[in-house]
Design a protein around this ligand. Structure first.
Ligand code: UQ8
Length: 189
């Protein structure tokens, strides 16, 4: 085999196995809060990274200090009183995916997948299960979107006392510990 063909084959095999990286500009991670019974608000995290490695291990890292509720003093209170970001700066989600499944997706094809993920948050680890759609939007682009909101229970991550502190400092009657989360994750390789 001449050198040119060998290097083309090498390039093709590297390309097939390349890891997927999050395209932050085209990704969104939002959650909702409910206060005083029926006041619902939508918030976001501004900074998060994700990747899917060649073994099919997907990881999403959320910088909790990037919480964005649209009110600066509330963001600071969320960082200090709820997430305690000096000790727990990030939340991490880990999922194992079968890579042959992704490789089998044709351009323009969408498939549903039931994800069993591990969520590490506030020093606690719990499992979450969520249906997602995976679309191969181009040869080197993937779009992963949740089909139903993921409901995070603050109690599972020892966050209820933080929620109570936010409620007290804001003089509210209640804040729900059940938090719906939605995401659109765009990957390129
Ligand atoms: C190909 C393929 C399939 C790839 C897969 C790729 C991959 C890695 C996929 C992963 C998919 C997956 C499984 C993702 C999971 C995403 C999740 C679930 C992430 C978790 C995100 C997270 C950490 C969410 C936060 C959870 C939480 C417990 C939030 C608490 C929210 C609360 C309770 C907010 C309260 C806000 C509030 C009402 C404050 C009161 C308030 C204050 C204090 C204030 O100061 C103020 O201003 C003065 C107010 O306004 C007046 C207030 O309201």
């Amino acid at each position: 085999m001449n050198k040119f063909i060998a290097s083309v084959l090498l390039l093709i095999s590297v390309q097939c196995q390349a890891a997927w990286q999050l395209n932050s500009d085209h990704s969104i991670l939002s959650f909702m809060s409910t206060k005083n019974g029926d006041i619902m608000e939508v918030h976001e995290f501004d900074r998060f990274t994700a990747s899917i490695d060649t073994q099919g291990k997907a990881k999403l890292d959320i910088d909790l200090s990037s919480v964005n509720t649209g009110i600066e003093v509330r963001d600071k209170r969320m960082r200090d009183l709820l997430f305690n970001t000096t000790e727990f700066s990030k939340a991490t989600i880990i999922v194992d995916i079968n890579n042959t499944y992704i490789d089998g997706l044709k351009i323009g094809q969408t498939q549903e997948l039931d994800l069993d993920a591990e969520l590490q948050l506030h020093g606690q680890t719990d499992t979450i299960n969520t249906p997602v759609s995976v679309t191969r939007t181009a040869k080197d682009k993937l779009l992963v979107v949740n089909l139903l909101p993921v409901i995070i229970d603050a109690d599972d991550y020892e966050l209820l006392s933080g929620v109570a502190k936010l409620q007290e400092i804001a003089g509210l009657k209640s804040i729900s510990g059940k938090v719906p989360v939605n995401f659109i994750l765009s990957f390129t390789r």
